[in-house]
Design a protein around this ligand. Structure first.
Ligand code: ATP
Length: 366
């Protein structure tokens, strides 16, 4: 089932004398193709949960429309939209067993949707098998680990065979190892069922690893929608470039003169097709190449061995970040006794941005 958001807007009214109206979702237009998993990604308060609440019908938009397939569902109440919801806090009923928790949404079906007891049980066991908790059906939530509870919550969302699955930070309460395992599982289940899914997270690594496409948001405005790798390789503006990537991108003040990018006084990279102007420069950690003849000369602070790679920590007067982190193969020998380290740059890992608008400035490499 494809989901279409058309000029979707949600404005909350001002509260109190000094309150201001908040536009949590500002003119969203995008289509989620049938069977895709879309990651909604952005910092706290950017409007991710509000978007999800609009899609499931818990909140009404101020403007715009929502379609499931060809159906306009904008005014349809949540219970008639056929959505499955999973939240950060699993919200299981503590006094019910796992089986009873999963059965709960089916027992509430009315009229022509009502199911026989046998059919309900069959569906509950099918959903439990999908998330691999069949052995836990008689336990109560307090007798389960966090990861198991979250799987029960997912089974409960799947049991109604939703047209659309909405997951709001579903992994936040899990420890690092379980997060990884559960996110792989969510991806597997999503692929197996083919349910169109929206996954909300503020964790860029999580969004990148699980999504077919990601929507990067800031202050209620979509910044970029694309495949995760494309957003990483080709960010539309400085915000997106900074939001994606670990370690984060290093940012410098620079200047283009005569087709050459200068950081400080040094010419560091030829950049074709850019007029002379001050720029903001972003360099991905893997864009730095230790090179004695390199023109970007940084003050060496530390070399951290990470096994396959090493992380070089340095500083530079033109850097807008406290430290520059570059990741290079452990084959490189870095002279840790030297006060400086020189780098040449991989052109496709360097991005230029307008100083004012922070929009991307394209350049050609020679
Ligand atoms: P988080 O990651 O912290 O959950 P989010 O990206 O999900 O954040 P939202 O919860 O969608 O963000 O909130 C977006 C903006 O709308 C915020 O500025 C928030 O304060 C505001 N907002 C959300 N709900 C309401 C409400 N009921 N009334 C007024 N403002 C609200």
């Amino acid at each position: 089932m494809k989901v279409v958001l058309q000029n979707l807007t949600k404005t909350f009214p001002a509260r109190g004398k000094k309150g201001e109206t908040v536009t949590a979702v500002n003119d969203f237009t995008f289509e989620i193709p049938d069977g895709e998993l879309i990651g909604l990604l952005g910092p706290s308060g950017c409007g991710k949960s509000t978007t999800l609440n609009l899609i499931c019908g818990l909140q009404k938009p101020t403007g715009g429309k929502i379609f499931f397939g060809e159906d306009d569902v904008t005014d349809l109440p949540p219970e008639h939209r056929g959505v499955g919801l999973v939240f950060q806090n699993y919200a299981l009923y503590p006094h019910l067993t796992v089986l009873q928790n999963i059965l709960f949404p089916l027992e509430n079906l009315k009229g022509k949707n009502k199911l026989s007891k046998d059919e309900m049980k069959r569906r509950a066991h099918e959903a439990a098998a999908l998330v691999q908790i069949e052995g836990l059906m008689e336990r109560r939530p307090s007798e389960l680990s966090g990861g198991q509870q979250q799987r029960v919550a997912i089974a409960r969302a799947l049991v109604k065979m939703p047209r659309v699955l909405l997951l709001d930070e579903p992994l936040s309460n899990l420890d690092a190892r379980l997060r990884l395992q559960t996110r792989e599982e969510i991806r597997r289940i999503q692929k197996e069922t083919g349910i169109t899914t929206v996954f909300v997270t503020h964790d860029q690594e999580e969004a990148m690893s699980i999504s077919d496409r990601i929507v990067v948001m800031k202050d209620g405005v979509i910044q970029q929608i694309d495949k995760p790798q494309t957003v990483y390789d080709d960010p539309t503006n400085l915000f997106v470039a900074k939001f994606l990537g670990t370690p984060p991108i290093s940012v410098f003040s620079g200047e283009v003169r005569g087709g050459m990018l200068y950081i400080g006084e040094n010419p560091v990279l030829p950049v074709g097709g850019v007029s002379d102007r001050p720029v903001t420069v972003g360099i991905r950690p893997e864009g730095f190449v230790p090179d004695e003849k390199g023109k970007l000369i940084c003050d060496l602070k530390a070399v951290e061995v990470m096994g396959r790679d090493i992380s070089i920590v340095s500083t530079h007067a033109a850097a807008q970040v406290p430290v520059i982190r570059s990741i290079v193969s452990a084959d490189h020998r870095i002279n840790t006794a030297s006060p400086t380290v020189a780098f040449s740059l991989k052109p496709h890992k360097v991005f230029l941005f307008d100083r004012e608008s922070e929009g991307r400035i394209p350049f050609t490499t020679v």
